[in-house]
Design a protein around this ligand. Structure first.
Ligand code: SF4
Ligand code: SF4
Length: 204
């Protein structure tokens, strides 16, 4: 099971300060068990967002946020996602990454991912989240350089990519190229100017 802890609501609200028409995606597996993204937490999040003046267009509770493979699978469960202008994922970092690959909207995560806490280690997780415990995936358009860049560079690319492919692993796209394209697509290139401090790896 993937262990997550909920970010303080004030931090989530601050992440969403320039956003509205929010669609919330929960996770009915690990996050549900830990009460960081099951139905009661999703409903409470919707209520608190509305109470704070945000418009929530809808929500969905997929079996596992990290197993989402298409926009259609989300729209089938709740077509209100088509009215959304941003997505809040209440799962682990891997869930945020999975949603960001199928939805062309700004994606935000409401949790910090702390550890495996048992057996898992699926392909998606090992590639897209290394459970650093201090999730900043929101600032990279939903793609995590900590886990997907072999040098774990948090402040931009190393400059070694050739034709978009990573200089360390030439079989893989440079994640910083993907981050740039993603931020451009969602009109958030301003996030490239955020300077990231070294990661705090202690539990929060
Ligand atoms: S920053 Fe990356 S490695 Fe850390 S919890 Fe978020 S997705 Fe996982
Ligand atoms: S080429 Fe891109 S993904 Fe590869 S190490 Fe450099 S910045 Fe990281």
């Amino acid at each position: 099971m993937i262990i997550t802890s909920a970010k303080p609501f004030e931090e989530i609200l601050s992440l969403l300060k320039d956003e509205d028409d929010i669609f919330v995606v929960g996770c009915n597996v690990c996050a549900a068990k830990l009460k960081t993204g099951g139905e009661p937490e999703v409903l409470e999040m919707c209520r608190r967002l509305e109470e704070s003046g945000k418009h929530v267009v809808g929500w969905v509770l997929p079996t596992a946020a990290c197993s989402i493979r298409s926009f259609e699978s989300l729209a089938e469960k709740n077509e209100k996602i088509k009215d959304a202008r941003c997505i809040l994922v209440m799962g682990c970092g891997s869930g945020v990454s999975a949603v960001s690959t199928v939805v062309d909207l700004p994606i935000y995560g409401s949790n910090n991912t702390l550890s495996l806490g048992g057996t898992s280690g699926g392909e998606l997780l090992s590639n897209q989240c290394v459970m650093c415990g201090d999730c900043t995936i929101n600032e990279y358009g939903g793609l995590c350089p900590k886990s997907q860049c072999p040098k774990a560079l948090l402040n931009g690319p190393c400059g070694g990519a050739v034709d978009g492919m990573c200089e360390v692993n030439r079989e893989k796209d440079c994640v910083w190229d993907l981050i740039y394209e993603r931020l451009k697509k969602i009109d958030r290139l301003d996030l490239l100017y955020v300077i990231h401090a070294p990661k705090e790896h202690g539990f929060k």
